[in-house]
Write a protein that binds this ligand. Structure first.
Ligand code: MG
Length: 222
């Protein structure tokens, strides 16, 4: 596997997305596209296919906004206990390969490591309760703390007020291309995408952003 050259000496802050970047997106895809429709169908006495159509129409309405990522919103709109439903399939929550090794590496390099996610705080808490990784972050910031989703205009300006960083000395890794584009527009210098956010789906075209296949590609012997 080819190394991706990273100028670590020039990097102070590393912003890391959670789902699809550090954690396998399989859980989230399974939850929203399979488990939710199944439980929704049971609740309303409709077929799985009908539930799927209903839910997808609902999801589409808010895609890319904070609401889409808001657990409370879905809890209220769908009248379903989302947190509890997530616990039901939690055995599917998993780290992507070499993530802990990479977080250790960042620690050794003494970088400031910030988890930067669109996920709702309750989802972050749930994932931390299954995956032992919270200790590696200097800070955890969710889009809900900022009031905007990462792909929305103004997100990075608002983040700058919350967490001081030098955009010329920041690395940001995310599996969402719209999110990376917003970061690029703001001027984040080092950007990396994820080649296969969901381990059970095929690899994705990350366009102009270097696609990280494995974290070993950006680690070298210390
Ligand atoms: Mg993601």
């Amino acid at each position: 596997m080819k190394q991706i050259p990273i100028n670590w000496q020039n990097i102070q802050t590393v912003f890391l997305d959670m789902d699809g970047t550090l954690l396998d997106l399989h859980f989230d895809n399974h939850f929203w596209l399979e488990h939710m429709p199944k439980r929704y169908a049971e609740k309303h006495g409709i077929s799985n296919a009908e539930a799927h159509t209903d839910l997808l129409a609902n999801y589409q309405k808010h895609k890319g906004t904070l609401k889409w990522y808001c657990l409370d919103h879905w809890q209220e709109t769908l009248q379903m206990d989302i947190v509890n439903l997530k616990h039901e399939v939690a055995e599917r929550i998993a780290l992507r390969e070499h993530v802990i090794e990479f977080l250790h590496y960042l620690q050794k390099l003494q970088k400031r490591v910030v988890l930067l996610t669109n996920a709702h705080n309750k989802t972050v808490d749930l994932k931390f309760s299954y995956i032992d990784m919270q200790q590696y972050f200097d800070r955890v910031i969710t889009a809900h703390d900022i009031g905007l989703a990462k792909e929305q205009p103004g997100f990075w300006q608002a983040l700058q007020k919350e967490e001081r960083f030098d955009k010329n000395k920041s690395l940001f890794i995310d599996d969402n291309l719209e999110v990376l584009q917003a970061a690029e527009r703001y001027g984040i210098k080092y950007l990396l995408a994820i080649q296969q956010p969901d381990s059970r789906k095929s690899i994705v075209d990350t366009g102009k952003y270097p696609a990280l296949q494995s974290y070993t590609q950006i680690m070298s012997d210390l």
